[in-house]
Design a binder for this molecule. Structure first.
Ligand SMILES: [Cu+2]
Length: 386
C-alpha cells in the first residue's frame, strides 16, 4: 500500500475509535446513573433533600437550555455575512428590568422549598433517644444519654486488605467493630462534638453531615423506618487516619433494640467481675494483642516500630522495657502536646493492663528488659502523680 493509503487508513481508524467512544460514553453514563446521582436515602428528610436536589437540577437545565438557545441563535442568525449592518441601539430599560426580576423570582422560588427542608434538618427538639457522638483521632465514641451505655467504634478492616496483601472486602474501610445501634420509627437526636480536632459525622442515607467541633455541640436527628445497616465517613480532614474512621449505623426494630440495651448492661457487669479475676501472663498478652491492633497500630505500627520521628517505636523503648510505672502513666494520662492521648476513658482496666503487657512482652522487649507485666489490679490502683 502507498504511504498516502496508510495515512488515510490510520486517520479512518482514529475517527472510528473516537466515534465509538463518543457514542458509548453517554450510554455507560446512563447505565450507571444510580451511582452518579445523589442517593435518596432512607428517611423523610433525606428524601426531601433528594427531591430538592432534583428540582434545582432541572431548573438549572431549563435555564441552560434557554440561555444557550438564545446565544446560539444570535451567533448563527447575526453573522457578519447575514447581517453586515449591526443594530446600533444602547440600553433597553424593559429588558434590564426583566433580566433582574426574572432571576430574582427564580431564586426566591428555589429558596422557599430549600428553607422548609433546612428548618426540618435543624429541628433540635429532644429525641426519644439522645446519643452523644464524639469524634477522636481516629474513631467515634457513642454515649447513650438515657441508658448510660458508651463505647468506641473502631475501624475493623483487616490490615492485610489495607496493605494489599489480600483482596479488599465488600465494605472495605466502611466496617467497624461496634456499630451504633438505633431503633426504627423512633426520633433519635445526635449531639455531635469532638475530643481533639474537628471531625464531621456523615451518614448519607440519613442526610446527616454535621461538624464535630471540640467544645461545641451540634445537633442532628433522624427517624429511620427501614431496618438496615447504613454506612458513612468522617468528612472533615482530621489527620493521618482521616479515611479510617467510618460511621456504621445499625437500625433495628424496637424489640431488638431493647434486647441489645439489656445485653450491653449485662456485659458491663460481667466486665466488672472480670477485673477482679487473677489473670495469667498468656491470657493478658493474647487479649492485649487485639487491643493493640485496634487502638495503637495507626501510630505505633503492627511491628511496634512506629513511624519515627513523630510516632516513636515501642519495640526497644526504654519505658516499655524497664519503666513499668512510667509506662502505665503514659497510657493513663497521655502525653501533653503530642498525638499520644490518654486511653484511661477508652479502655477498660482489663484492656489497659492487657495492651501494656502485650507491648512489654512483644518484639523482644521482655528478653531485653525487666520482663515485668501489668495486671488489671495495677490499673484499678493507679493514682496520678500531682
Ligand atoms: Cu475525623
Amino acid at each position: 500500500m502507498t504511504l498516502k493509503g496508510v495515512t488515510i487508513l490510520k486517520k479512518l481508524k482514529a475517527v472510528l475509535l473516537w466515534s465509538c467512544i463518543a457514542v458509548s460514553a453517554p450510554i455507560n453514563l446512563f447505565a450507571q446513573w444510580d451511582n452518579l446521582n445523589m442517593r435518596p436515602g432512607v428517611t423523610d428528610v433525606s428524601n426531601e433533600v433528594f427531591e430538592l436536589h432534583m428540582l434545582i437540577f432541572y431548573i438549572c437545565c431549563a435555564i441552560g437550555l434557554v440561555v444557550f438557545s438564545v446565544m446560539f441563535y444570535s451567533m448563527f442568525r447575526y453573522t457578519k455575512k447575514k447581517n453586515p449592518e449591526p443594530a446600533k441601539f444602547h440600553e433597553h430599560t424593559g429588558l434590564e428590568i426583566m433580566w433582574t426580576v426574572v432571576p430574582f423570582l427564580i431564586l426566591v422560588g428555589m429558596a422557599i422549598p430549600a428553607s422548609q427542608t433546612l428548618k426540618e434538618i435543624y429541628n433540635d427538639e429532644e429525641g426519644e433517644i439522645n446519643i452523644q457522638v464524639v469524634g477522636y483521632q481516629w474513631k467515634w465514641e457513642y454515649r447513650y444519654l438515657e441508658d448510660d451505655i458508651k463505647f468506641f467504634s473502631n475501624l475493623s478492616t483487616d490490615m492485610d486488605e489495607i496493605y494489599n496483601l489480600v483482596p479488599k472486602g465488600e465494605n472495605y474501610l466502611l466496617e467497624v467493630d461496634e456499630p451504633l445501634v438505633i431503633p426504627t420509627n423512633t426520633r433519635v437526636r445526635f449531639l455531635i462534638t469532638a475530643n481533639d480536632v474537628i471531625h464531621s459525622w456523615w451518614v448519607p442515607d440519613f442526610a446527616i453531615k454535621q461538624d464535630a467541633i471540640p467544645g461545641f455541640i451540634n445537633t442532628a436527628w433522624t427517624e429511620v423506618s427501614k431496618p438496615g445497616i447504613y454506612r458513612g465517613n468522617c468528612t472533615e480532614l482530621c489527620g493521618k487516619n482521616h479515611g479510617f474512621m467510618p460511621v456504621v449505623v445499625k437500625a433495628v426494630e424496637m424489640d431488638e433494640y431493647t434486647d441489645w440495651v439489656m445485653e450491653r448492661k449485662e456485659a458491663a457487669i460481667r466486665l466488672a467481675e472480670l477485673t477482679e479475676k487473677e489473670w495469667s501472663l498468656a491470657e493478658l498478652t493474647e487479649r492485649g494483642k487485639g487491643v493493640y491492633q485496634t487502638n495503637c497500630v495507626a501510630c505505633h505500627q503492627v511491628n511496634g516500630q512506629g513511624l519515627p520521628p513523630v510516632f516513636p517505636a515501642l519495640a526497644g523503648s526504654n519505658i516499655v522495657m524497664n519503666d513499668k510505672a512510667k509506662n502505665i502513666e503514659i497510657l493513663m494520662e497521655g502525653v501533653q502536646g503530642a498525638a499520644m492521648q490518654s486511653f484511661a476513658n477508652q479502655l477498660s482496666e482489663i484492656d489497659m493492663a492487657a495492651v501494656i503487657t502485650y507491648t512489654r512482652q512483644s518484639w523482644g522487649n521482655a528478653e531485653n528488659g525487666d520482663g515485668s507485666y501489668v495486671v488489671p489490679k495495677d490499673i484499678v490502683e493507679y493514682k496520678p502523680k500531682i
